[in-house]
Write a protein that binds this ligand. Structure first.
Ligand SMILES: *[C@@H]1O[C@H](CO)[C@@H](O)[C@H](O)[C@H]1NC(C)=O
Ligand SMILES: *[C@@H]1O[C@H](CO)[C@@H](O)[C@H](O)[C@H]1NC(C)=O
Ligand SMILES: *[C@@H]1O[C@H](CO)[C@@H](O)[C@H](O)[C@H]1NC(C)=O
Length: 477
């Protein structure tokens, strides 16, 4: 360990959290040890819904929950048709959500996407009740188009609705090389995060990386508290990449990060928060395009790193705090001390902002689970006591987990430590146990109603689609 230095970096696509690069200190040369980013360069824009034919009118069991600002329109984006969601009492007041992944068809990303994201998604995230999965791809990439054309044919079999957007290359090509240690595709994807509202028509963006792995069926309460979107954050300032992210954020919007927001997926954002944040950046830096801002700040020096999620959620914290429901784990630090250290006077965290919350996913690339124990336990917890008829082998599989509590819900990464088991859930306390229990009481109702059918046969379909790219996923359970 001593030999290495962890470096800041964003996730697979723009969001992730515990993503880090390892640079050897001795050699001046930075060699990113792996990262899941596309090396493709890109170009133009077009949008299509692959939900061919059926473009149902935008209705949905109308939400009383509304974002407080009007959405912007932008010429690049054709807005994809909204989904026609299945009505269900549980999700009645939830506005349309776009589960958004910025990716491209490079082999590593595809592997994560199919084997991790898509398999867990088919089990635990209902596009028919919440809104489409949206993949933002590189417009000029033939491979990306092929990937999309193949995948879209399987939507019905997979039981999910997918939209695709092809994003053009940025006009100013310097965007692709701003973070000098990072490949062009990665730079591009980071930049893209600042304009994703232009491609999305729903009031809510649920942002996730290709290696995000859902671990439990998602309920309304995992997304909302009242009419506010949930946000999780964590004090991970011990890692040196956080200060690099914070420097970027500070230069972009003039505020330090109050917390690390790259510690959970999906990150739920009112779409117009992204718009407002961008407009704020333009004013703050006195520039006319976000490209200019991104290039100027990103190339300040070698030790600045972009983290769009952190910039946008820091903006949300300082300027739109009331629209979000904050769950910040300041670890075992005294609140007043934390406020003195991290927060601008007048914007202190208060104790309600520190309320515990759990995860519905973990960051697979940064979570070691060699024997799929998490997947099995998670599945067993989801089917437990439901009306579903388990096959004998599943019953057997679940036997060892009979008395286990899903503590995994309070973890996000374990390769880099990002968990709440030593903080909020210290000593495996009753409060956390009851949160877990309450959650599974809700998911059980959703499973019993058929909102989630937990059908493992869909894995076969994922494997079939992945096979198009000669990708073989290892067993999930
Ligand atoms: C997909 O969207 C269509 C309408 O756009 C809707 O009727 C259907 O229920 C959705 N299906 C799934 C599996 O999400
Ligand atoms: C902002 O930029 C414009 C054009 O580059 C310049 O004329 C103006 O003086 C700048 N304003 C401030 C407050 O720096
Ligand atoms: C299964 O559900 C029952 C009833 O809610 C609960 O008592 C039990 O702890 C659950 N088992 C697991 C492994 O979650």
């Amino acid at each position: 360990m001593k030999k290495f230095k962890f470096f800041a970096v964003m996730g697979i696509l723009g969001t992730a959290t515990c993503i880090f690069y390892i640079h050897s200190i001795n050699s001046g040369k930075t060699a990113p040890v792996h990262h899941p980013v596309s090396h493709m360069q890109s170009t133009t824009s077009a949008v299509h819904s692959t939900n061919s034919g059926k473009m149902a009118p935008v209705h949905h069991p109308v939400s009383k929950i509304q974002p407080t600002t009007a959405p912007v329109h932008h010429s690049v984006s054709k807005i994809q048709p909204a989904t026609s969601r299945k009505p269900d009492h549980h999700f009645n007041e939830v506005p349309d959500i776009t589960l958004t992944v910025r990716m491209s068809s490079n082999a590593k990303l595809l592997n994560h996407f199919y084997c991790t994201m898509l398999r867990s998604l088919t089990l635990y995230w209902s596009t028919s009740h919440l809104g489409n999965l949206l993949l933002i791809l590189d417009k000029e990439s033939k491979e990306d188009h092929k990937f999309a054309e193949n995948l879209q044919k399987y939507q019905i079999k997979l039981g999910i609705n997918i939209s695709f957007i092809y994003e053009p290359l940025p006009k100013d090509k310097r965007v692709l090389t701003v973070a000098r240690s990072q490949p062009r595709g990665y730079n591009r994807q980071l930049y893209s995060s600042f304009i994703m509202d232009k491609f999305i028509s729903t009031p809510i963006v649920a942002w996730i990386d290709t290696d995000g792995k859902f671990t439990t069926p998602v309920t309304r309460d995992n997304i909302f508290k009242g009419n506010k979107l949930r946000v999780k954050g964590m004090d991970t300032f011990q890692y040196d990449w956080i200060s690099r992210w914070s420097r970027f954020t500070e230069k972009m919007i003039g505020k330090h990060m109050p917390s690390d927001f790259m510690t959970y997926f999906p990150v739920y954002i009112w779409r117009d928060t992204i718009t407002n944040c961008r407009n704020y950046i333009l004013k703050h830096l006195n520039v006319s395009t976000i490209e200019e801002a991104y290039i100027r700040v990103g190339s300040t020096d070698y030790n600045i790193h972009m983290s769009p999620v952190n910039t946008i959620m820091t903006y949300a914290y300082y300027f739109e705090k009331e629209r979000y429901d904050w769950h910040i784990d300041i670890r075992n630090v005294d609140l007043q001390k934390y406020n003195n250290l991290r927060l601008t006077p007048g914007h202190e965290l208060t104790s309600p902002d520190l309320t515990p919350d759990f995860h519905v996913s973990l960051h697979d690339k940064y979570y070691t689970d060699a024997n799929n124990a998490v997947n099995r336990q998670a599945y067993c917890a989801a089917v437990n006591n439901t009306v579903l008829n388990m096959e004998q082998n599943i019953k057997q599989m679940c036997e060892p987990f009979k008395t286990n509590i899903m503590w995994v819900l309070f973890e996000f990464c374990n390769k880099v430590k990002q968990e709440h088991l030593t903080t909020w859930c210290k000593n495996k306390n009753k409060h956390c146990i009851s949160m877990i229990k309450e959650h599974y009481d809700k998911t059980r109702q959703l499973v019993n109603k058929g909102v989630y059918n937990l059908d493992l046969k869909k894995f076969k379909v994922v494997e079939e689609v992945a096979n198009f790219h000669k990708i073989k996923c290892r067993s999930f359970l």
